[in-house]
Design a protein around this ligand. Sequence first.
Ligand SMILES: [Fe+2]
Length: 285
Amino acid sequence: MADVRPLSDVLGAEITGIDLNTLDDAGFKIIEEALHKYLVVKIPGQSVSPENFVAFSKRFGVPEPHVIDQFHHKADPNILILSNRKDEAGTPLGLADGGTYFHSDYSYLATPARCTMLFAIEIPGGDAGTTFANQRQAYADLPDTVKAQIDGVVCRHHYGNRDVKEETARTAASLLSDDQKKKVDWVRHPLVRAHPHVGHKSLYAVSGSSYGVEGMADDEGVSLLDDLKEHSTQKQYCYTPTYAKGDVVIWDNCSLLHSAPLIDPSRPRTLWRITVKEAGPTISS
Ligand SMILES: [Fe+2]
């Protein structure tokens, strides 16, 4: 029998009594409702094949292979291998940097990510996991005057991290090849997004890919985004779940920012990641 238990006061829940290999519609509904309510869901003790992991992801929507295609899983390109391991020749076996700054996955695409899921293959002891920041609560706590100012505002997004101008810097977004760069362009998203499934409003991707605000001078827009980021990533909105081998972790990208730590290569860590897109663009044009 599935049991849902909150992990903190701000976000996150753990669901036990679920086996993703035999998940039925009722079990999926429990996971989906918990995701909409708690924004991060951890399902421990799983053992899924690439096929079953991808099949589970497709219950949420259409998975989108990551633009960094050199680390796609051989069995299925929808799985991105995140790893700090290297082979004997020193070639990385996965993407080591999962974004060490606050961002929302695929916010550089017109149809961004609905949710992202990880399956923990190997986890070093005492590992600090991804830190999540609840953008639904951060929006709810804003003064009404600020809400009135930002509701309906549109931001300009591009692959990258607004805070880092040098693309090879340590805290920049993972470097793209010239071919990969051709696949990304400027896109538009609302600064305040209503959740496509439950309607709650959230600040959307105020850190990471947001480089400007339509109708504002460049510095004015960045200043507004910086102020909102400072507000929405305060400690009271953040929670960092721990990961263990066999955990499947799913998060909602509309309502969260997240930041992943880099792990020392002497402590091997490997996860499979699938990112599922929303049903359509955030702005119909
Ligand atoms: Fe991410």
